[in-house]
Design a protein around this ligand. Structure first.
Ligand SMILES: [Zn+2]
Length: 165
């Protein structure tokens, strides 16, 4: 999991930056709009539109910032849980966090697509988190092709269909 550290740091800084920028912009817009109301500006409708756009941008920045900050903190919690728990069961992770499995799966998918979680995928059949390190290479007895399989779980050879374990 060491490999994802730079990107985790990047998201943490990026998230904090968005959040802080959003809050600062919001305060500035608040001050400007307060001034506009008290100053009795002629083009009040145009200014109102500009103000709204400004506030929307602020809210987006704050939202993006919060999303990344919570993703990084979730990631750290999940990783420390997975480090001590060998079953890698999503159900157990969900129970441990007090969240539903759907939330856990959507959070994990977000981490995978954001490249925070590398070499990991969700096995929906067994409801487990699979690390690519979990795979072992097995040579097929029939054709000699090298297959990557999960230890202890039998599968068919990718090339000739012979059952391998
Ligand atoms: Zn084979």
């Amino acid at each position: 999991m060491e490999q994802s550290k730079p990107i985790v740091t990047f998201y943490k800084i990026f998230g904090t930056f968005c959040l802080v920028a959003g809050i600062i912009c919001n305060i500035l817009f608040g001050a400007i709009s307060f001034e506009m109301i008290t100053d009795d500006v002629d083009d009040s409708f145009g200014s109102f539109i500009e103000m709204c756009i400004g506030f929307i941008i602020c809210m987006i920045l704050i939202g993006v910032g919060k999303t990344y900050i919570s993703m990084v903190s979730d990631f750290k919690i999940y990783m420390s849980w997975l480090a001590v728990n060998k079953t890698r069961s999503i159900k157990k992770l969900a129970d441990g966090m007090g969240l539903t499995q759907e939330i856990i799966i959507s959070n994990l998918n977000q981490m995978i697509s954001s490249k925070i979680l590398k070499g990991v995928y969700i096995d929906m059949e067994t409801n487990q988190i699979i690390f690519s390190d979990d795979y072992i290479t097995v040579e097929c007895r029939s054709c000699g092709a090298v297959n990557k399989i999960k230890p202890g779980i039998g599968t068919k050879c990718e090339h000739c269909g012979t059952y391998i374990k």
